[in-house]
Design a binder for this molecule. Structure first.
Ligand SMILES: Cc1ncc(COP(=O)(O)O)c(C=O)c1O
Length: 373
């Protein structure tokens, strides 16, 4: 579907930066992140929040989250080292990736991290050996209906196996602590959280009948942000979650939440410059100095960004491409913009999540710098 260019205004500070700094760069509004952080806390006052560091691991963001008292969710030794360099204490760190290397488990455990996810017997054996006595939680596979970035196939097990694995964990002297799931990133379907909580309740009951009393439900991330379409708000989804927890009698257990995209996505604006234009096969092509490989990897999975320019004039259809010599490097096949010239600035909204974090230096193009305001 053809998307129009929304007539949002770009903050003056970002416009000024665009005149004085080398593009591409990412401008992040700190207050915006703080606002989202507070919104989550107000919407789910009893939950514990763990920022998914992978979303945007800029040290400044980690430090901000740390100063607000956030927890963190990590997957690698490098992410752990980053957190420790910012003074984060290990009891505020969990790891929900069920695929962990032995060296990561050893490092995390030796550093004092005590919460690990699993979804296989093999992972339990590794954890029992290298992180004995840890609090472990099973990753349940759940519907990713409504998610633009599904996470279901690679992770998680079905109900029966989840219960069996929790029993195995107990036999191995780990502490079977809870259940985790992820409804898929950028999920706009509230029903996915409802069915995931109901499914978790089933596992909860099965293991309880086997003498295992779980304490924690980790509802993961998945909260959506606005790219080109409006999405259900944090408040709306949280209220559906809270109601379901109550209905399923899980409102008294410890609730963990691991938001990533919804905390930082909307606070980022990518600023780029038009470097080339061409007409090919009756299409107008516009190339800018940031593309799929150095920032917009998620456009390949279907994420469509709002793309803005200060220039005025009749709109026309463009194919918006990145700078590399690779034909996969297309950010959007249909974007409406005026007739731009080489050197004009293009702003890409909601670019704070999974952009610089995914970026490579493919073809020699730099990873965009980040400026905070
Ligand atoms: C285990 C885990 N937790 C949390 C997140 C963050 O999810 P989101 O960015 O959708 O909030 C992810 C994202 O991939 C994840 O894998």
């Amino acid at each position: 579907m053809l998307k129009g260019t929304p007539n949002n205004s770009i903050p003056q500070y970002v416009k000024r930066l665009a005149k004085t700094r080398q593009t591409p760069f990412l401008a992040i509004e700190k207050r915006g992140i703080q606002h989202k952080f507070e919104q989550f806390h107000q919407a789910m006052p009893h939950a514990r929040f763990f920022y998914a560091v992978k979303t945007n691991s800029h040290k400044k963001i980690v430090k901000l989250m740390q100063s607000w008292g956030s927890g963190f969710e990590v997957s690698s030794e490098q992410e752990l080292e980053l957190l420790f360099s910012c003074g984060v204490s290990p009891d505020r760190i969990i790891t929900s990736n069920p695929l962990k290397s032995i060296s990561f488990i050893k490092f995390a455990y030796a550093s004092g991290v005590k919460h690990f996810a699993f979804d296989s017997h093999e992972e339990i054996v590794k954890l029992a050996k290298h992180a004995p006595g840890s609090h472990v939680y099973v990753r349940l596979t759940v519907s990713n209906e409504g998610s633009q970035w599904p996470l279901s196939r690679k992770f998680g097990v079905e109900t029966e196996q989840a219960a069996e694995l929790l029993v195995h964990a107990a036999e191995k002297s780990l502490i079977p602590y809870g259940i985790t799931f992820h409804v898929g990133s950028q999920c706009t379907e509230e029903a996915s959280w409802v069915s995931a909580i109901e499914k978790s309740r089933t596992v909860w009951d099965v293991v309880q009948n086997k003498g295992i009393r779980l304490e924690m439900l980790n509802i993961g991330g998945g909260f959506p942000i606005e790219y080109t379409d409006s999405t259900p708000s944090i408040d709306r989804i949280s209220s559906v979650i809270e109601k379901t927890l109550k209905k399923e009698l899980l409102d008294n257990v410890e609730i963990f939440v691991e938001p990533g995209r919804a905390l930082v996505g909307e606070s980022g604006i990518m600023v780029s410059t038009v470097i080339a234009k061409a007409r090919r096969n009756r299409e107008n092509w516009l190339s800018i100095d940031v593309g799929v490989f150095n920032g917009f990897m998620e456009s390949i999975g279907g994420i469509q960004y709002s793309i803005i320019t200060e220039k005025e004039g009749p709109l026309q259809n463009w194919v918006l491409a990145g700078p590399s010599c690779d034909s996969m490097d297309v950010i959007s096949n249909e974007v409406k913009l005026p007739d731009l010239e080489i050197g004009d600035i293009v702003y890409i909204l909601s670019s704070g999540a999974y952009t610089t974090a995914y970026a490579s230096r493919f073809n020699g193009f730099p990873i965009p710098k980040t400026y905070f305001y």
